[in-house]
Ligand binder design. Structure first.
Ligand code: ZN
Ligand code: ZN
Length: 287
């Protein structure tokens, strides 16, 4: 539902993206805030770090997203900006499960606030595979939803002889790239990696869309005390007591909502949470 006379109604938000991510956020910002997204031309976000690692990202994901948002605001002269960062790797708690961590950071120079939302999900095709020219890789390409999702091909052994071939989304191009990469590699093998750039990865685009919805919803929520936008969950209170020994466990008790502007904070108990924790979750009873 559109927000009437909302804080960001008819505002334009600067968003530096080379990979079409505005498609994933524009709808949420229009519907929930009445705001539009403006992508400045000619900003090379890859210069601030690439997922393939040719340009390492400087600092944390938050710092990188903030740098992109501020750069977009500087170029456009707009007072609100958005930065996006993604990171891919094994799941922090479940090894061998690939995981996508997405972050969206909103900078608002009108209210002097910064709002950050993150989403960690195993909903990703992030994967790689080593193969030789002519090898049957049909199971692998099917599992990563190729060719709807593009891939990057590099030689398996590090070499400066050829560059990675990115954005491959046809079987003919894939075969050719594998042939060239394996010839250039000392072990005669190629490595296929999923191309995680948003415009070539519909699964990632959908995750960013979900995160943009969450961020826009939060921006549409005002602080009950100072009415600044962006009131939302910033932390989880842990320490649900064990039902055997009463010691605090790592299980959640409440969500912590906090204002981005003033110090107002509200704790909301989790409805579904039990009053005590199972001893299986207790480090005292089940070390
Ligand atoms: Zn406040
Ligand atoms: Zn216990």
């Amino acid at each position: 539902m559109p927000v009437e006379n909302g804080q960001y109604q008819n505002h334009a938000v600067a968003f530096a993206t080379m990979h079409g991510k505005e498609k994933a956020v524009a709808r949420a910002f229009a519907r929930q805030l009445g705001a539009s997204i403006r992508v400045p031309a000619g900003i090379d976000t890859d210069a601030l770090g690439t997922f393939t690692g040719e340009t390492p990202r400087a600092g944390t994901m938050v710092e990188a997203a903030r740098a992109k948002a501020l750069l977009a605001m500087q170029v456009t002269g707009l007072r609100c900006g958005l930065g996006s960062e993604g990171s891919f790797g094994p799941h922090p708690h479940i090894p061998f499960i690939p995981c996508d961590t997405e972050l969206l950071l909103f900078v608002d120079k009108i209210n002097e606030i910064e709002i950050c939302e993150t989403l960690v999900t195993h909903r990703t095709n992030y994967q790689s595979c080593k193969c030789h020219a002519g090898e049957d890789i049909s199971d692998f390409v099917k599992s990563i939803k190729f060719p709807e999702h593009a891939v990057v091909v590099t030689p398996s052994a590090p070499t400066t002889k050829i560059l990675p071939v990115k954005g491959i989304n046809s079987s003919a191009d894939l075969s050719e790239a594998i042939l060239n990469a394996s010839h250039a590699s000392s072990d005669r093998a190629a490595r296929i990696v999923t191309d995680m750039r948003a415009h070539l990865n519909p699964t990632r685009m959908a995750v960013i869309r979900a995160l943009a919805n969450r961020l826009a919803r939060r921006l549409a929520t005002r602080c009950p005390q100072c009415s600044a936008p962006g009131f939302g969950v910033v932390d989880i209170d842990r320490g649900l007591p064990c039902c055997w020994c009463g010691e605090p466990t790592q299980l959640a008790i409440a969500k912590v909502f906090r204002c981005a502007k003033c110090t107002f904070e509200r704790r909301v108990k989790l409805n579904s949470a039990p009053k005590t924790a199972d001893p299986g979750s207790c480090e005292n009873c089940n070390p």
